[in-house]
Design a protein around this ligand. Structure first.
Ligand SMILES: Cc1cc2nc3c(=O)[nH]c(=O)nc-3n(C[C@H](O)[C@H](O)[C@H](O)COP(=O)(O)O)c2cc1C
Length: 316
């Protein structure tokens, strides 16, 4: 997720049991032009493997060249092609989900990258179509399989939906039943039980979890355990959640080297964490103003004491 799945967050998800990680989407044109900032998005540590670098772009030759550069520079385990991004800035240059409307170009991008980086696998991520009148995920999946794509993630929404409405798991199910390559289902998975249900109902080989990881990164641990033996593990206690939040903030401060801008950059992430916490509304108000680690520690102390008070009263 752009602006979210940086190295620090990816590693936290890995600690909680995520099997496979992907970078934020990276502009093939930026790589092709050797843009320094674009290269920063490619940075990862060995511990993150298996890891894929996700590229977006619409020019087959540039995408192939960029993918080759990425392989030479950082040697990811696979390159993932973004055919799902709904954002205007990307779509108006024919990138992301715009290629769902232009299957010949989509095929030529996929084919060129597969050929350029083989034997390193190329994977792809799609939405189910451009809009409700042009849902074509099954056709696109068959084209991509034909092009040599090794695995396909399907986000069950159209581009027109953005992030509204519900992901259409019927279409994801149809795709997983129509191709032989592994299909990874994505959209609205918020618990281990959700993942188990979708696995039962479709032929997906894997599940991709996006937004839920921002507020409950331990969803990976819960899901692994549930799928392995059906047992439900307790979610982290408030203390454990605060420990994670503070550690995430400390790692970001260390990475930036300057505390205040680093913590300000964490405000949106703190808002996401607050969704899984008691007193969420009050926390959001406080998080919207934090600039230092010690402010967050003070909020943590206050929040934990508020959460514990009713328990003590109940015990009395
Ligand atoms: C902030 C944000 C950034 C995203 N960036 C990307 C991206 O760079 N590449 C991508 O394939 N999908 C991206 N997505 C889409 C998610 O990967 C995922 O497909 C979508 O959120 C639906 O899954 P979920 O319900 O588990 O979140 C992004 C989503 C969000 C909310």
């Amino acid at each position: 997720m752009a602006g979210v799945s940086d190295k620090i967050f990816r590693q936290l998800c890995k600690e909680y049991g995520a099997d496979v990680l992907t970078t934020e989407f990276v502009s093939a044109e930026g790589i092709f032009r050797r843009n320094e900032r674009t290269r920063e998005y490619l940075d990862f540590d060995e511990i993150e493997r298996p890891l894929g670098v996700q590229l977006f772009g619409a020019d087959a030759a540039h995408m192939a060249e960029a993918a080759k550069q990425v392989i030479d520079w950082v040697r990811p385990d696979f390159v993932d092609l973004n055919f799902g991004c709904p954002v205007n800035k990307v779509v108006c240059r024919n990138g992301g989900s715009a290629l769902l409307k232009d299957c010949p170009t989509l095929a030529s991008v996929a084919e060129s990258v597969v050929r350029a980086i083989a034997p390193v696998p190329t994977t792809a991520k799609i939405r189910i179509g451009w809009d409700a009148d042009s849902v074509n995920a099954v056709r696109v999946a068959k084209i991509l399989e034909e092009c040599g794509i090794s695995a396909l993630t399907v986000h069950g929404r159209t581009r027109a939906q953005g992030y509204s409405g519900a992901a259409d798991w019927n279409v994801i199910g149809e795709v997983s039943g129509s191709v032989s390559i592994p299909v990874i289902g994505n959209g609205d998975l918020t618990s281990a039980a959700d993942v188990a249900k979708r696995k039962r109902e479709t032929k997906i080989s894997g599940a991709m979890i996006g937004r839920a990881a921002m507020s409950t990164p331990w969803i990976f641990r819960e899901t692994r355990t549930y799928l392995a033996n059906g047992s439900v593990i307790n979610p982290p206690t408030p203390e454990e959640r605060w420990k994670l939040i503070l550690r995430h903030c400390e790692l970001v401060v260390r990475d930036w080297g300057v505390e205040e801008p680093a913590i300000r950059s964490m405000r949106a992430r703190l808002m996401a964490y607050s969704k899984s916490m008691p007193e969420a509304k009050r926390l959001r108000e406080k998080f919207s103003q934090v600039s230092t680690l010690s402010e967050i520690e003070a909020i943590a102390r206050e929040n934990i004491s508020q959460v514990e008070r009713p328990t003590i009263l109940a015990a009395a």
